[in-house]
Design a protein around this ligand. Structure first.
Ligand code: NAP
Length: 278
């Protein structure tokens, strides 16, 4: 695979295999356009065996600002970049690579946990109880963020109890693991970090959301569909809900600032959401 083409202006991109499904180009170009910045954001199909060639070529290109990283490279890219924030042992993956002050050095980071937390930042989670569904990569970023927010007990609902227990232990989170047949614990925060409810996947079991307190927040990381069955039930129960686009936009906003050195425009999220749903 050749990556010889040089960019003609500041450019960041998303790499993955596959990568054509990524919504990152739409999101970043929207912000570049809103801010009137003469720069671009592209997507680049990179296979695992081409990662070294890819980074060597991009490092030689003065216009390259960095890359977002999607499946299956979120761990492999750590072989090519310094892991100054220790994301490998904490969040377990990198989703953003940027240049260091020394252009010969690449730096890996992860904006997923902060992107997840952004819409919760108005809530005081200290000592609260959370239920997290799923024990994969997204759940790991969620648990990392919850631990940082000083969450109290976390119940992890997962189909692989050993994997889920190891995840709690790895992130130093107090809690327990339950199966999908267990009754819903009375959590202040319920987060779906599994693909259940996503188009093409089974639905989540029907939970009795009446067990949640009135102040509970229900957060579904799934964004296709945007209103999952879980969020529809939570709204019907009168609970605060947060959908998966909030995290998607939140993690992208942090990466945008790292790539282009400016914050994303305030008050443009509604229009961006419309574009993403079109
Ligand atoms: P992942 O690493 O593959 O993990 C998925 C987790 O869900 C695993 O724990 C898996 O169980 C569990 N799971 C999968 N199918 C299941 C089933 N049929 N029954 C019970 N459990 C099942 O995936 P991920 O990266 O964590 O992503 C999870 C979801 O979050 C996806 O829908 C993804 O689109 C979404 N997500 C959204 C954002 C955002 O910005 N909004 C960001 C990241 C992810 P095992 O451990 O037993 O395999």
């Amino acid at each position: 695979m050749s990556f010889e083409t040089r960019f003609d202006r500041p450019t960041a991109e998303v790499i993955g295999d596959p990568v054509s499904h990524s919504k990152s180009p739409l999101i970043h170009r929207f912000w570049l356009d809103q801010l009137g910045i003469d720069a671009d954001y592209q997507s680049c199909h990179v296979t695992a065996d081409a990662l070294a060639t890819y980074f060597a070529a991009r490092q030689d290109d003065p216009h390259w600002r960095g890359s977002n990283v999607t499946i299956p490279h979120k761990l492999a890219v750590l072989d090519f970049a310094e892991d100054r924030g220790d994301v490998k042992t904490s969040i377990g993956a990198a989703n953003t690579i940027i240049r260091g002050d020394n252009p010969n050095i690449l730096i890996a980071t992860n904006t997923d946990a902060a992107g997840f937390y952004a819409p919760l930042s108005h809530s005081d989670l200290a000592g609260r109880e959370a239920l997290v569904i799923g024990a994969g990569g997204a759940a790991r970023a969620v648990l990392f963020a919850l631990a940082r927010a000083d969450i109290g007990k976390v119940t992890l609902m997962a189909r692989s109890p050993l994997k889920a227990m190891a995840l709690l232990a790895a992130l130093g989170v107090k809690g327990e693991v339950i199966g999908f047949d267990a009754p819903l614990p009375p959590a202040d925060l319920l987060i779906n970090a599994s693909p259940l409810g996503m188009a093409g996947f089974d639905d989540l079991p029907t939970f009795d959301l009446g067990r949640l307190p009135d102040h509970a927040i229900v957060y579904d990381l799934v964004y296709a569909p945007l209103e999952t069955g879980l969020l529809a039930s939570a709204k019907a129960r009168g609970l605060e809900t947060i959908d998966g686009l909030s995290m998607l936009i939140g993690q992208a906003a942090l990466a945008f600032e790292l790539f282009f050195g400016v914050a994303v425009p305030a008050d443009s999220e509604a229009e961006l959401r419309n574009r993403l749903m079109a």
